[in-house]
Design a protein around this ligand. Structure first.
Ligand code: BGC
Length: 763
């Protein structure tokens, strides 16, 4: 087993931590969490730490939501009962009641998707035992977990006990089956079931030892060991979720477990590592000349690959993925805007599953719009399993005061964001089946929402009043530029879809338009709404006003607050922040990143230069979109600063705890800065174009992308001053840099010289 427990040799694939610092432990457990889109496992030590533990170990199961019995009826993702506990009893007490600061070595092996630990008992114990562990959630069979624990007895002789126990289940999980090898629970209210089947074996020097105790919740072994012996504990788990009353998750868990046990730990490990190799082959971004950026990208791509499950269309990715409790597992615009490009361009099957989740929740979005007096579909700002609005009405703010949360009713841009993601996915994949079965309906129903929402007023313009834009410091604002321009874009894409379907798939169009009761005169009315949408654009200067009246608010020089450690709304207080121009996060700049064509001429620089200094970056999502915009403006050093600051949120050894989980949207944003920003990728209908603008120090940037069934690897090589593209599969396509367009075919890599000056902003 020794080889399996040794990490990948190249340190660029590893995230390691030696020692134990209780203050940083919960952040560290987040950082080294492993997940596969269905299961997420925080990096807590398996061995019972007693009083030292900061957070209980967590196993998350995607889509396992229920609503708390008391308090606001908000669905929350329930952790599975903790199965990871292992208590090792030695002749003179428990093994590692509290680890010696220097005794522990934890390594996240990102290449292989494993968490490895090495722990050494402090000297002086009756038995000197070296403990090595390996843990994985299979990327090949997503319900399967494998844990290997190796105890090497270095010195001494004596009796040891190994206790494998299951912790308490959430009070929202009611036990249905409690057997030694199977637990089944059902949620109190949401009608879901969870099953965990377990198999464990202890082997000493090749001989399997039967457990001395084998009850539900506890398997135990008593063993006599001596120096030179190795004890191995292998534990397999099969976890299943049932969504319907007829589901038999217990039966499925048992048969999945039998399959996994049949493969043996080596077979399981091999299949898991192969699955990770394939994912890395499709997604690894390689940077030469900047090890820090390389580390940021590898970490980001690792967690992005672990966050999605292409096989589950009932779930999407929560704001902290499957790595922490924050935001209760809820799904925000984060998925569509910050994560979708990565999936659409490297893992279309995962992207499709995520968008299908939005299709499955379309009925809830329609009901939300209708309930508020509008037509079409208004997606939940916070979405859980059903798609019903899940935003809490109140929370405790950063200043510890209870504040009302209006996002659930006012932050409506999410509907346009979902439509945007559908369109991007379709452009990237040409997945017509998805468009016809689901995507078109999402775009049409969200367009219809904006049409009903944007009222025509006496000035001849359509206004959208009383919203919150991405900048959540300002509530109940009128004509938020981001919202209105995205809404207009949504209406126009709705019209495009109607025209396209009418032309190419007239029968499908006839069926869909009849079902949606979408007549030609309504479409005509959409066109008029889009044409007369208020946007706050000053045609003289090219500057958007973030919302009506924004320019009149108090201007605050944020440079005077440089180095602050709390968000600006805490520094200034809520009221003053609301009355100021301080922006929580990219808002007009987000629009610039998403729809650069809306900023002709030098309007891109005008808006960036106006809004970037006003932004307090009070959200982890903010800097990455600034980075994309800055890179496209050719300001690569500035963009690199945004990338580094974004990466520091999860990777930096800062005082800010990330116990609540990784900031998966920020991690998606890091990929966006590299690929859409520095490589300047733009998706066209006949191929891909690039406008590389690498920051100083980066000599090479290489990455794979998928485009409409093609699989290519792109390398920006500043040593040879070329962009190289190799097609690994799929039909001939066009790749262009600046004005040079080349045809790319399998077997014929191309090299396009890079322009000597940075290319203009890609259209
Ligand atoms: C941000 C939102 C984001 C949410 C979840 C909030 O603080 O303002 O834009 O969707 O966090 O990440």
């Amino acid at each position: 087993m020794g080889q399996a427990l040794r990490p990948t040799a190249d340190p660029a694939w590893l995230l390691s931590e030696v020692g134990y610092d209780p203050l940083r432990e919960s952040s560290f457990e987040t950082r080294v969490a492993i997940s596969n889109g269905f299961l997420g496992l925080r990096g807590a030590l398996a061995t019972d730490l007693g009083a030292c533990r900061t957070l209980p170990p967590r196993t998350y199961v995607a889509g396992l939501f229920d609503t708390a019995l008391v308090g606001a009826p908000i669905p929350e993702r329930l952790p599975a009962p903790d199965w990871l506990q292992l208590r090792i009893g030695l002749p003179d007490g428990p093994y590692l009641a509290c680890p010696d600061p220097s005794s522990r070595d934890v390594t996240l092996d990102m290449r292989r998707g494993l968490l490895l630990t090495q722990i050494r008992q402090p000297p002086g114990a009756a038995l000197d035992i070296r403990l090595s562990t390996l843990r994985l959630v299979s990327l090949d069979m997503r319900g399967i977990v494998l844990q290997l624990v190796e105890l090497a007895v270095e010195q001494g002789m004596g009796e040891i006990t190994l206790d494998v126990t299951s912790g308490e289940a959430s009070p929202l999980l009611i036990p249905v089956t409690t057997e030694p090898d199977l637990g089944v629970w059902r949620t109190r209210q949401s009608g879901k079931t969870l099953a965990i089947a377990m198999d464990a074996a202890v082997v000493i020097d090749g001989r399997t030892q039967p457990p001395t105790v084998r009850t539900a919740g506890r398997w135990s072994w008593s063993l006599r060991v001596q120096a030179g012996q190795t004890v191995v504990l292998r534990r397999n788990l099969a976890v299943t979720r049932g969504d319907e009353p007829v589901d038999d998750p217990g039966g499925r868990a048992r048969s999945d477990l039998a399959l996994a046990t049949g493969l043996g730990w080596r077979g399981l490990l091999e299949r898991h590592e192969t699955a990770w190799r394939e994912r890395w082959d499709r997604s690894d971004v390689v940077v030469e000349g900047d090890p820090e950026a390389q580390r940021a990208l590898r970490f980001a791509v690792f967690h992005l690959n672990g966050a999605a499950d292409p096989g589950d269309e009932r779930v999407s990715i929560g704001a902290r993925a499957l790595t922490g409790d924050d935001y209760l597992g809820h799904v925000f615009w984060d998925t569509e805007i910050f994560l979708m490009p990565f999936y659409a361009m490297t893992w279309p099957q995962a992207a499709r599953a995520l968008l299908t989740y939005r299709y499955r929740t379309l009925a809830a979005a329609r009901a939300k719009a209708a309930g508020m007096g509008w037509r079409g579909a208004l997606y939940a700002w916070e979405s859980a399993d059903t798609g019903d609005e899940a935003t809490p009405a109140q929370v405790v703010g950063p200043d510890r005061k209870v504040v009302d949360i209006l996002c659930g009713t006012q932050e409506q841009h999410v509907s346009a964001d979902v439509a945007y993601a559908v369109w991007q996915y379709w452009q990237a994949t040409d997945d017509t089946a998805f468009l016809l079965e689901a995507g078109a309906e999402i775009i049409l129903e969200t367009a219809r929402f904006w049409w009903s929402r944007a009222g025509l007023e006496a000035d001849g313009l359509h206004h959208i009043r009383g919203v919150i834009g991405p900048d959540e410091y300002h509530e109940t604002v009128d004509d938020n530029a981001f919202t209105n321009v995205m809404a207009r874009w949504n209406l126009l894409r709705g019209l495009d879809i109607a025209a396209l379907m009418g032309e190419r798939w007239p029968d499908r169009w006839a069926t869909l338009s009849t079902r949606l009761d979408l007549a030609a005169d309504e479409l005509e009315s959409w066109r008029r709404t889009a044409a007369a949408m208020a946007t706050g654009l000053d045609p003289e200067t090219g500057l958007f006003e973030q919302f009506q009246g924004y320019h009149d608010l108090e201007a605050i020089d944020l440079s005077a607050y440089a180095g602050r450690s709390v968000p600006m709304d805490v520094v200034l207080g809520r009221e003053r922040t609301q009355a100021s121009q301080v922006v929580k996060q990219a808002d007009v700049v987000a629009l610039l990143a998403l729809l650069p064509d809306e900023f002709p001429g030098d309007a891109d620089a005008v808006n960036f230069d106006h809004y970037a200094p006003r932004c307090g970056h009070g959200s982890s999502l903010s800097r990455a979109l600034h980075g994309v915009a800055a890179a496209r403006l050719g300001r690569s050093e500035l963009a690199l600063g945004y990338l580094r600051d974004t990466s520091a949120i999860d990777l930096g050894d800062s005082h800010v705890a990330i116990a609540g989980g990784v900031h998966i949207a920020a991690l998606g944003g890091i990929w966006l800065v590299a690929i859409f920003g520095f490589a300047g990728l733009v998706v066209h209908s006949d191929g891909l174009s690039f406008a590389p603008r690498l920051p100083a120090g980066w000599t090479r940037l290489s990455f794979p992308v998928q485009w409409r069934g093609r699989d290519l690897v792109v390398t920006v090589d500043l040593v040879r001053n070329v962009l190289e593209a190799t097609l690994r599969g799929g039909d001939t396509m066009v790749v262009s840099v600046g004005h040079v367009r080349r045809t790319l075919s399998v077997g014929w890599p191309i090299r396009i010289p890079l322009p000597s000056t940075p290319s203009p902003v890609a259209a």
